[in-house]
Design a protein around this ligand. Structure first.
Ligand code: PLP
Length: 393
């Protein structure tokens, strides 16, 4: 058994893991873990930190509770909570790579991750090859003597392409590489990459895990002791940890993760079906629809398709802007995974930091729209979309 909560179902873990009431002498039996704001912890004896706590950057009781809950959700032995998804990515790469190392990554990664790789880590002589990780032979051919990591997003952002995580892991295991999967889009409710052979799972917990668009965070889950030691050292040494208050907000958000994900998916399936029928929509991309080219793979490696839908409008970029600006319930905003529905134009918003040539090469056109479907009443969401779609051209 990898995790002490692994005998429980997902929702039980989401509620109880890391938050067992404390009945020891002087403790108060809180059912919700307190927010421990203290940055330092006093001790009675010089060489004996109280219950292992010394300084909040190294270990904090509220963050520890969250880390236990995060580990339980991915069925991992360990988890780390960072101050953002990008802080988590930075700490993992610093912990595991050195100058001269090479990463193989999916070609339509989140724009901020590409910027981190291309503009920051490139300065430190870490090379990245972006490839279509759907093609396993291509992946195998891209491995170089200095390759250390394979970095996948599945589904990718915003084209919702899937990689066969189990197939990729047979290559990474054979070649002695570390497989990192960014699981932000599906959350552990719908996909558990560690059980498919990944070594590290990473989330922008700003998204579904937090779930309410009010807390920034990043999480890393893994079960390998050696990788854990390395990342733990860097979490403290780099210092990009999640604050106690943000840890509390994330703990609170997680309790309804299962319920929220079910409703996100239920709404997304209905919106996907509606969009497919609308004459002003050229194409709908959603792994839960039979029209998705990797529908079968989605059924094999995930238990649901989440709340993100991408679609192409008919018309040009000005028509797209007009459409986006005429919606009422879908907030025109970056980010995703909150209870409220959001809509955005990747070419001018989330992926503006990716060059136009690169965007076009991978299929992020000027009329590609990304929806983060919230958990509002579906009839209201469809009415809002229908009004805008009927009139934007
Ligand atoms: N990974 C994915 C898939 C994302 O969508 C994002 C942000 O949108 C990140 C990582 C970065 O996370 P954060 O914004 O929390 O730093």
């Amino acid at each position: 058994m990898r995790n002490k909560y692994s005998q429980y179902g997902f929702d039980t873990k989401a509620i109880h893991a890391g938050e067992t009431p404390d009945f020891r002498d002087g403790a108060t039996g809180d059912v919700v873990v307190p927010i421990h704001l203290s940055t330092t912890f006093a001790r009675e004896k010089v060489e004996e930190p109280t219950a292992g706590y010394e300084y909040t950057r190294s270990l904090n009781p509220t963050r520890k509770a969250l880390e236990e809950k995060l580990a339980a959700l991915e069925n991992a032995k360990y988890a780390f909570a960072f101050s953002s998804g990008l802080a988590a990515e930075t700490s993992v790469i610093l912990a595991l790579l050195k100058a001269g190392d090479h990463i193989i990554a999916s070609d339509d990664l989140y724009g901020g991750t590409k910027r981190l790789f291309n503009k920051i880590f490139n300065e430190y002589k870490i090379e990245v090859s972006y490839i279509d990780t759907i093609d396993i032979l291509n992946l195998e051919k891209s491995v170089r003597p200095n390759t250390r990591l394979v970095w996948l997003e599945s589904p990718t952002n915003p084209l919702l392409k899937l990689s066969d995580i189990a197939a990729v892991s047979t290559i990474t295991k054979k070649e002695g590489l570390i497989l990192v999967v960014d699981n932000t889009f599906l959350s552990p409710y719908f996909q558990r990459p560690l059980s498919l052979g990944a070594d590290i799972v990473l989330h922008s917990s700003t998204k579904y895990i937090g779930g309410h668009s009010d807390v920034l965070g990043g999480s890393v889950m893994l079960s390998d002791d050696n990788l854990y030691q390395k990342i733990q050292y860097y979490q403290n040494a780099v210092g990009a940890v999640l604050s106690p208050f943000d840890s509390y907000l994330t703990l609170r958000g997680i309790k309804t993760l299962g319920l929220r994900m079910q409703k996100h998916e239920e709404n997304a399936l209905l919106i996907g079906a509606f969009l497919e029928e609308h004459p002003n929509v050229r194409k709908v991309i959603y792994p839960g629809l039979k029209s998705h080219p990797q529908y079968d793979l989605a059924r094999k490696q995930t238990t649901g398709s989440g709340g993100i839908i991408s679609f192409e409008l008919k018309g040009n970029i000005d028509n797209s802007k007009h459409f986006l600006e005429s919606l009422h319930l879908f907030a025109l905003a970056e980010s995703l995974g909150g209870v409220e529905s959001l809509i955005e134009l990747p070419a001018l918003m989330t992926h503006a930091s990716v060059s136009k040539e690169e965007r076009e090469a991978i299929g992020i056109t000027d009329t590609l729209i990304r929806l983060s479907v919230g958990i509002e009443n579906i009839e209201d969401l469809i009415t809002d979309l229908k009004k805008a779609l009927d009139t934007y051209l």
